[in-house]
Design a protein around this ligand. Sequence first.
Ligand code: DQA
Length: 137
Amino acid sequence: MNFLIINGPNLNLLGKREPNIYGDSSFESYFEKLKENFPNTKLSYYQSNIEGEIINKLHEVGFDYDGIILNAAAYTHTSIAIADAVKAIKTPVVEVHISNTHGREEFRHKSFIAKNAKGVILGFGLDSYKLAIQSFL
Ligand code: DQA
């Protein structure tokens, strides 16, 4: 099975960015360990800080892959365009967040993407990604 993780803006700074919220591991080093957990699965990873690039990537893989794990970061709370792209594609999308967005500022409680996602996993640190892959398997 073929899965893609898409990370949105500022998630390239994981490990350096607000470690009290997001932890002290870079996504790249977590991703290496994650792949070891799913040896029979093809897992790839894409990150962009640019809304349109995230949409292009959803279009590119969204009719062929078995699942997409999407952390759209702050775009979750603002982007109707990403929500529409998730709705437009065939591949199911699981929305993930590292932090428990419901325990944070009110503007983080709203997700435009959630209603078009297969499900939402949040608040389990980087293991939110692992749980999302398990949900597909
Ligand atoms: C986040 C939560 C968002 O509110 C925030 O803008 C992020 C990261 C998370 O994974 O917890 O950048 O998506």
